[in-house]
Design a protein around this ligand. Structure first.
Ligand code: HEM
Length: 75
């Protein structure tokens, strides 16, 4: 799997048509297929292109980012 630095991951923030990637526990997921993440914004609270491990564990829902395609690891 491809390795992403935090700087590389930041390019996949869903802006200007880029894919929407989010890192969780060292794995990078592609959430571009979710209408809930369109444009890289989630509920006006979370931005894509970042490691959201801590935030995701506090999210008020049972759905999990791990259900989305893995595209790499965060190094
Ligand atoms: C703490 C603030 C957050 C709020 C208020 C929030 C709210 C929501 C809501 C309302 C949904 C719709 C489904 C449901 O209610 O079960 C959802 C889905 C989802 N959320 Fe969050 N969320 C938050 C944080 C996060 C974080 C930090 C992540 C990190 C990756 C995340 C990942 C997802 C994913 C992957 C889905 C499923 C999208 C889909 O199936 O299309 N959420 N969220």
């Amino acid at each position: 799997m491809k390795e992403y630095t935090a700087e590389e991951l930041a390019r996949f923030d869903g802006k200007n048509g880029s894919p929407v990637y989010v890192a969780y526990k060292g794995v990078v997921y592609d959430v571009s297929g979710s209408p809930m993440w369109s444009g890289g914004d989630h509920e006006g609270m979370h931005a894509a292109g970042r490691d959201l491990t801590v935030e995701h564990d506090d999210a008020p829902h049972e759905v999990h980012v791990t259900e989305f395609p893995q595209v790499g690891t965060l190094v």
